[in-house]
Design a protein around this ligand. Structure first.
Ligand SMILES: [Zn+2]
Length: 118
């Protein structure tokens, strides 16, 4: 849990975006196998699958966003979404928790980060 330094929604979004790029790269690689119709089709299908996969992931983010709890970040006063028990602010990466029993741990992490900054 302590190694997660980015908001979960942002992480999934980055993953979906990279999946689109991977899809395009795979399709592009397919062009180099023009001589073999089978290989080219295979690469094209793989690339298409990656892009479809990213669409699915984007859809999943949409579903998760509706489930996430919207809170006002105590640090930057912006509206952010908390996914699960512990998450981070999408704007300032402030650790946020909905579980009071985890509060102590998160505050420790916050102190470490603040010491580094100053
Ligand atoms: Zn914030």
């Amino acid at each position: 849990m302590a190694t997660k330094y980015s908001s979960k929604i942002n992480k999934i979004r980055t993953f979906a975006l990279s999946l689109v790029f991977i899809g395009f790269i795979v399709m592009y690689v397919g062009i180099f196998f023009r001589e073999s119709m089978l290989l080219m089709t295979l690469f094209m299908l793989l690339g298409l699958l990656c892009i479809i996969g990213s669409t699915v992931v984007y859809f999943w983010i949409g579903m998760l966003s509706t489930k996430a709890v919207q809170v006002v970040c105590p640090e930057c006063k912006k509206y952010t979404k908390v996914l699960g028990r512990v998450d981070m602010c999408m704007y300032c990466r402030e650790p946020l928790t909905l579980d009071p029993s985890l509060e102590g741990k998160e505050f420790n992490e916050k102190y470490n980060r603040k010491k580094k900054e100053s």
